[in-house]
Design a protein around this ligand. Structure first.
Ligand code: 5MM
Length: 340
């Protein structure tokens, strides 16, 4: 394991005031996103969209890394440069999503497990050549009164841990993403309970698998009310519950906790991250963002699939990236939404 290189990658990813842009939507997910603006999901349109995002001037001031999808890491701009080289020229670290999505845990089961371990070390040889220096694997957990089951928590933890070990051995930094979904009417207390159990199982498995905790990044959900819960917790309550949960479960050796947005509104995701960083408490970890929807939704809308809107799309992306950068420092204020 090239510890020096992995350390440098982690440091770059968690650089102060910066976060990750999750642009690793699989074909099914990007189709859903494009459907929302009435755009066909063709290879050329997906390339144009990602090119629009990555060529945003000044993006590197707030974004340290971008998570790519297999198709994107191979694509080129109009003038023949790889999309990866656009990022590298800005000092942004390219990363790659390596999981192959989820399947039912058993026939008929509502719970999901993540696939993609077969041939992973071999796939990394090519991804490294293509420029990837970190990777991402996502496990998802649904909340109901009975779920997630212990079996589901255990199986997903094992998958995340095995992936993380192979990733480090292959010279890339693993982002470990256990996502407890916001879907449902559950309370923030129930989200706390499930997230705590999930994180305990994940770290138990990571340690058992020999993963070097200093050389990974955690990408979790915040502890938050279910989308349909009649009582929605405030940003302050989300921050307090989230920090309490991670103080109980995440070893201090882990350098960075970079949250997913998970369906939170774009402003809400910024407010919550800001509240976490404005608590005035010293934490062992950097708290930052690895947002997909919360960074991209306004940009996608402003772009609308039209060449003449590229600048508008980029302005929208830069605005959210900068405001989330401020939230990493606990310096975001609602008035900044208008000022930006
Ligand atoms: C960008 O979306 C990622 C890929 O999802 P699929 O494999 O389902 O297409 C996703 O893993 C994303 O990185 C995380 O969910 C964080 O994104 P959000 O939108 O939750 O911040």
């Amino acid at each position: 394991m090239n510890t020096t290189e992995l350390e440098a990658t982690v440091r770059a990813m968690i650089a102060r005031g910066k976060g990750l842009l999750a642009a690793d939507e699989s074909s099914g997910t990007i189709k859903k996103r494009f459907d929302s603006i009435g755009l066909e999901s063709t290879e050329a349109n997906r390339r144009d969209y990602r090119q629009m995002l990555f060529t945003t001037e000044g993006l590197e001031q707030a974004i340290s890394g971008v998570i790519l999808y297999d198709e994107t890491i191979r694509q080129r701009t109009d003038d023949g440069r790889t999309l990866v080289s656009i990022l590298q020229a800005k000092g942004i670290v390219p990363g790659i999503k390596v999981d192959k999505g989820t399947v039912p845990m058993a026939p008929g089961s509502a719970e999901k497990v993540t696939e993609g371990l077969d041939g992973l070390a071999k796939r990394y040889e090519e991804y490294y050549q293509l420029g990837a220096r970190f990777a991402k694997w996502r496990a998802v957990y649904s909340i109901t009164d009975q779920l997630p089951s212990w079996r589901n928590i255990r199986l997903n933890a094992q998958g995340l841990a095995r992936y993380a070990a192979i990733t480090q051995q292959s010279g890339l930094v693993p982002i470990v993403e256990p996502e407890v979904l916001m879907d449902g009417a559950h309370t923030i207390e129930r989200c706390f309970e499930v997230t705590e159990a999930v994180q305990h199982a994940v770290f138990d498995a990571l340690v058992a698998e020999g993963v070097v905790l200093e050389l990974m990044v955690l990408k979790p959900n915040m502890v938050i009310s279910g989308k349909d819960c009649p009582v929605q917790a405030s940003a302050q309550q989300v921050a307090e519950a989230t920090v309490r949960c991670f103080r109980r479960t995440v070893p201090a050796a882990v350098p960075g906790i970079m949250f997913l947005s998970g369906g939170q509104g774009d402003v809400q995701a910024t407010e919550n991250l800001n509240a976490i960083n404005a608590m005035g408490v010293q934490h062992p970890w950097v708290f930052s963002f690895s947002y997909g929807r919360a960074l991209q939704a306004p940009a996608l809308k402003a772009w609308g699939g039209k060449k003449e809107n590229v600048a508008a799309g980029q302005r929208a992306l830069l605005k959210r990236a900068r405001l989330n950068s401020a939230a990493c420092r606990g310096e975001y204020r609602p008035e900044m939404e208008q000022a930006a």
